[in-house]
Design a protein around this ligand. Structure first.
Ligand SMILES: [Zn+2]
Ligand SMILES: [Zn+2]
Length: 304
């Protein structure tokens, strides 16, 4: 299971229809948060996102992406949390996030680590990597790609039985790619029983950005690209000036990257909840586009 829940989809300041930036990614029982605008904790309660997460990844430190961390940490302290939390972010994390988490209390009741990252870093996990890529918003702003590792191909139990491989540990070793020796001395290799390796899923979140080559590279073949779409083409100059993208530009990035699906987020308060003009603009370039709204949850299935 891999799902993304949009906790806040508005740009700059909260409105009645949209809270500011935050999203939760749930993968095989683990929750990761990306950005944490003001009021994120209440959005988590509203949309059923677990407080048992261990990490928040910040794209940058504009207020609409980080003011929520103070209250969220306070609430978790009041809930007698003991699990540690790690806050990741680009340059400035120690100073800015350090200040944000020390407001309003004498001491934190659970461990909070702050880790500074830079574009090009890769956090390696057992089943996926979190890849940090450059964005074009301000100096040192980054986006994140969660890229699952390639999985072994499908194991064919019928063929294993036909070949006389006894069910049990040998099946597991074959599935992992080992050649095994059977009790009767015959050797059987994975090529006889296991299909071709299957590509892992990938989800890419840009945070705030102008159209950028860094995004295209990070989103190459991505299952889901979540892209800044603050404005429409009518405001293209304004987008350029403020370091954001239009819906059409976001769609161009998705098309260039060969992504499967695009979600437009970080929507200016000037647009209505459904933002039909942004949707039409994006779909004209990249048909598999949707406009995010708060509470939207998207499943990311395997391509095969
Ligand atoms: Zn923003
Ligand atoms: Zn920003």
């Amino acid at each position: 299971m891999l799902t993304v829940t949009f906790l806040g989809t508005g740009a700059a300041c909260p409105s009645i229809e949209r809270n500011v930036a935050a999203l939760a990614l749930a993968r095989e029982g683990e929750t990761l948060l990306f950005d944490c605008g003001e009021g994120t904790q209440r959005q988590m309660m509203r949309y059923g996102v677990s407080f048992a997460f261990r990490e928040i990844f910040f794209t940058h430190y504009h207020a609409d992406h980080m003011l929520g961390v103070t209250g969220l940490m306070r609430t978790m302290g009041l809930q007698d949390r003991t699990l540690p939390v790690t806050l990741y972010g680009p340059r400035g994390a120690a100073r800015i996030l350090g200040a944000a988490i020390s407001l309003g209390i004498e001491r934190n009741r659970f461990p909070i680590d702050i880790v500074e990252l830079q574009a090009g870093d890769r956090i390696r996990r057992d089943e996926y990597d979190v890849v940090v890529f450059p964005t074009d918003h301000r100096p040192d702003t980054v986006g994140y790609a969660l890229a699952e590792h390639t999985r072994p191909g499908r194991f064919h139990p019928d063929r294993a039985r036909e070949l006389g491989v006894p069910e049990g540990p040998l099946w597991g070793r074959l599935h992992k790619g080992e050649t095994v020796e059977l009790p009767d001395g015959r050797r059987v290799g994975p090529e006889d029983l296991v299909g071709t390796p299957r590509r892992g899923r990938s989800v890419v979140y840009t945070g705030d950005t102008r159209p950028s080559l860094g995004v295209v590279e990070a989103a190459r073949g991505a299952d889901l690209l979540i892209h800044d779409s603050t404005f429409s083409e009518e405001e293209r100059a304004r987008a350029e000036e403020t370091g954001h993208s239009t819906a059409a530009q976001a769609a161009e990035m998705a098309r260039e990257a060969g992504a499967r699906r695009l979600v437009l987020t970080h929507i200016s308060p000037r647009y209505t909840r459904d933002a039909p003009e942004l949707l039409a603009e994006a779909k004209a370039v990249f048909p598999e586009s949707v406009v995010a709204r708060d509470g939207l949850t998207i499943d990311v299935p395997f391509a095969d």
